[in-house]
Design a binder for this molecule. Structure first.
Ligand SMILES: Cc1cc2nc3c(=O)[nH]c(=O)nc-3n(C[C@H](O)[C@H](O)[C@H](O)COP(=O)(O)O)c2cc1C
Ligand code: SF4
Length: 479
């Protein structure tokens, strides 16, 4: 019998290798945002331990690998689509999962054709929660249409965006839902094999998933003809980018791949592949059980359904929230987070470091893909990091670029060599030194125009959006 878990191949590319997570300190952006009031603890932790970019504990930042408490978890939607089992404290054995109604969705697919399932997902309006918001139904249709003899389903559990911990709780508290959802998607598109690619920074999730996969296999549940394997990464943000992730699964150096071909046509091992984020997939059993119309009834505008938001420790009530699209950012700050623990709000990073910073004057914006884009920000993966007014914008820029430089896959010159230069210039500016603003802008333009993937492009968009929204504060350096 094949093992249910393996690790990505050892490559110099990865940051973590065989390192244990328990002695790591977190250098993610939520910990950066929190450090001003706990500077000493953060600095001590960073100095004494190996660092990682985000341990998924942003609700108790600055965090480390050893301590972990459970955050506040709340559902603020007309229907709880995603967090039911998480709110119940977690369901880690199959019998309990089934007692609580789990498995009903997969059972229903046995009287539904794959085409009907694809249409159902299309009609629900479900869009990818990994960051890009691409309509899930279109991807399902593309993979289902391919006449290939073998196809793959991949669960993207890399959750690399500093500030996000929603997938972590779905994986740790509701692993059977992930397995059931993967089996449904695989059945719909005709895949017989699947992989869960999990980041190494979530060792507890690895343990839970392995246990769940073993229980599922022993019970031949939900579909004995679908094989699902867990692969644990070795540290590398860019491995969350789907083509880089496929290279990691193939045990190649996890660089981003050129497109076309799209991975729905030629993905893992050259076969049509459906890659989905954990949260996207976890909505599928609810859609199958309650119907596409019920799901599409939630949310607003072109953003249907519910979204998980992870709120960082700067809020009075940090935690994991399920909301309907359409909630205003002001309500995210005021009602969910109950305001900030210190200072005034300087800006809100909603969808990770590549997603821009929402200034206080735009808090009336409603959460939705197009609505966030209109203010040059994104929904991203829904990690919400509040920055207080004692944090300078130039320092936030330097920190995001530092993260970007460390995580570049090295394939494009502006991203590989340009980002470290931008870090150095931003650090110099933060220290009060004059910088060559036109050189800075040229590097940003090159990043925006020539980057192969959303990493380099997103870094440039972040800087451009911050420069527009915080023009006055940045005038000293950028004119
Ligand atoms: C630099 C970069 C990092 C990414 N990291 C993740 C990640 O950690 N998790 C994730 O689900 N998607 C991530 N994505 C998006 C994936 O490439 C892909 O769009 C997603 O897994 C598709 O699933 P979805 O349609 O369910 O969103 C990343 C994209 C980029 C450009
Ligand atoms: S933009 Fe950066 S991370 Fe993306 S492919 Fe180019 S070098 Fe790699």
């Amino acid at each position: 019998m094949k093992p249910l878990q393996r690790h990505a191949a050892a490559h110099s590319f990865y940051h973590l290798g065989q390192r244990e997570m328990t002695n790591c300190a977190c250098a993610g952006l939520a910990c950066f945002a929190a450090r001003a009031d706990r500077q000493r603890r953060w600095q001590t932790a960073i100095c004494q331990s190996p660092t990682v970019y985000c341990l998924g504990k942003c609700y108790e930042s600055p965090s480390d690998g050893e301590h972990d408490m459970r955050p506040y978890i709340g559902a603020h939607a007309r229907h709880t689509v995603l967090l039911g089992n998480v709110l119940a404290g977690g369901v880690r054995d199959l019998a309990t999962y089934r007692e609580r109604g789990g498995g009903a969705a997969f059972a229903r697919t046995q009287t539904t054709t794959p085409n009907e399932l694809v249409s159902m997902v299309q009609d629900s309006g479900l869009r990818g929660r990994g960051g890009a918001g691409f309509p899930a139904g279109i991807k399902w249709q593309s993979v289902a249409n391919e006449p290939a003899p073998s196809k793959y389903l991949v669960v993207n559990a890399d959750e690399g965006d500093p500030g996000a911990f929603s997938d972590r709780f779905l994986l740790e508290d509701d692993p059977f839902r992930v397995i059931e959802a993967a089996a449904i998607a695989a059945y719909a598109v005709g895949a017989r094999r699947g992989y869960i690619y999990l980041r190494k920074e979530y060792p507890h999730a690895a343990q839970v998933l392995l246990g769940a996969l073993e229980q599922a296999r022993a019970a031949a549940w939900p579909d004995p003809s679908f094989e699902l394997e867990l692969v644990v990464g070795q540290g590398g943000y860019v491995c969350g980018e789907e083509t880089s992730l496929l290279n990691a699964l193939e045990r190649r150096r996890p660089e981003v791949r050129l497109r076309p071909p799209q991975i729905t046509r030629r993905g893992l091992f050259g076969a049509p592949t459906l890659v989905h984020n954990v949260e996207t997939l976890c909505a599928v059993p609810w859609i199958v059980t309650h119907g596409a119309a019920a799901y599409a009834d939630l949310g607003f505008s072109r953003s249907r359904g519910t979204k998980l938001l992870s709120l960082n420790s700067l809020f009075r009530r940090p935690g994991l929230y399920e909301v309907e699209f359409g909630i205003t950012l002001a309500d995210v700050v005021g009602q969910l987070g109950q305001g900030l623990r210190r200072g005034k709000l300087k800006g809100l990073m909603v969808g990770g470091p590549l997603a821009g910073l929402v200034p206080p004057e735009h808090l009336s914006t409603r959460l939705g893909y197009e609505e966030m884009q209109a203010i040059e920000c994104t929904v991203g993966h829904g990690g919400v990091i509040a920055f207080a007014d004692d944090t300078r914008i130039i320092e936030i820029m330097a920190e995001v670029l530092r993260f970007g430089a460390r995580e570049s896959c090295g394939k494009c010159t502006p991203c590989h060599f340009g980002t470290p230069l931008l870090v150095a210039m931003s650090d110099a500016a933060a220290a009060g030194a004059p910088i060559d603003a036109s050189c800075y802008q040229r590097l940003i333009d090159a990043l925006a125009q020539t980057s192969l993937c959303g990493h380099g492009r997103g870094l440039a968009e972040f800087v451009l959006s911050v420069q527009r929204h915080y023009r006055e504060e940045l005038r000293t350096w950028f004119g």
